[in-house]
Design a protein around this ligand. Structure first.
Ligand code: GDP
Length: 299
């Protein structure tokens, strides 16, 4: 499947190394756990999350008197699934219709691409979709979104470069109401270098949404580039301070062996990963689901 293919590098970065490790041990000892810890940390699972996983495995091995190293793999799969399932629901909340999705994130992470892919996905499901070019600070961002809109066959509400982003969102909401749109997906500017600006700008947009689209189902999705590891964690922390993030989109997972970042980042921030990007094509945005993820990388 596309999911499995898109996660091949992560499979080699985690599973192949874990398999190799477990096969090289005759019995389960402290060294084995230390090497396992190393694999999880280098896959961007996060130090905290790794410690928790390894402690839990040690405990189970002791309690259940497990002696075969090969059995540790199933324990690891169970624990990762458990961690991911403890998070708030990873299903994207666009029911009932109408729905509005605000997409935030810094430039270059794959925001525009993810919006285009989402538009394609929802349209394929028979929904009426509209896009809003709320990143008015870069003419290129507006153009790029329009290109995606044309490609997918959905309209894009846009103003001139440097116009007020909140005004674009306002217009887009009026258009969505007039056209009975099911899902309005809004791009926003992500200039992290100035947190106060970002906060003001997003704050204005949220106000418009709350006032003009009170009854809509809402999502605020933060897009993060999975290949950037700790940088992505830092971005997520900053955005979480300025916005009520309801879910994450992790992009470019096809380009990294460090897909453990899905586990680490959602755990550390207590925000679920809702969608993952596993390629550059329209179909390459997948719904995230803990079991399918664990199956794709370990199965
Ligand atoms: P933005 O500046 O955040 O809007 O970023 P773009 O949407 O323009 O994406 C930046 C680059 O990342 C483009 O070349 C995209 O094709 C690429 N990209 C986005 N998502 C993915 C993904 O899931 N996998 C891969 N391989 N590339 C991606």
């Amino acid at each position: 499947s596309r999911l499995k293919e898109g996660l091949l590098k992560t499979k080699s970065g985690i599973t192949d190394r874990v398999d190799h490790l477990l096969k090289s041990y005759k019995k389960i000892d402290e060294d084995l756990f230390e090497e396992l810890e190393e694999i999880l940390i280098t896959s961007d699972m996060g130090v905290q999350t790794t410690m928790e996983i390894v402690e839990d495995l040690k405990e189970r091995v002791r309690k259940e008197k497990i002696s075969d190293p090969l059995e540790v793999k199933q324990l690891l799969m169970d624990k990762i699934t458990e961690i991911l399932e403890e998070l708030p629901d990873s299903k994207i909340n666009i029911e009932p219709s109408p729905a509005i999705i605000l997409v935030v994130g810094v430039n270059g992470v794959g925001k525009t691409t993810s919006i285009g892919k989402m538009a394609y996905r929802f349209k394929s499901e028979g929904k009426k979709v509209l896009l809003a070019a709320g990143d008015t600070f870069r003419a290129a961002a507006i153009d790029q979104l329009k290109i995606w809109g044309d490609r997918v066959g959905v309209d894009v509400i846009r103003h001139q470069e440097e116009s007020d982003p909140a005004a674009v969102i306002y217009d887009a909401i009026q258009a969505a109401k007039a056209r009975n749109t099911d899902v309005l997906i809004c791009d926003t500017a992500g200039r992290l270098h100035n947190k106060k600006n970002l906060m003001n700008e997003l704050g204005k947009i949220f106000k418009v949404v709350d006032r003009e689209y009170e009854n809509a189902s809402k999502e605020v999705l933060l897009v993060l580039d999975a290949t950037t590891g700790q940088n992505a964690v830092q971005q997520a922390k900053t955005f979480k301070e300025v916005a009520n993030i309801s879910g994450l989109i992790l992009t470019k997972l096809d380009g990294t062996a460090k897909g453990g970042v899905i586990v680490g980042i959602s755990r550390e921030l207590n925000v679920p990963v809702k969608l993952i990007g596993v390629g550059e094509k329209m179909e390459d945005l997948q719904e995230f689901n803990p079991q399918s993820f664990v199956k794709a990388i370990f199965g």
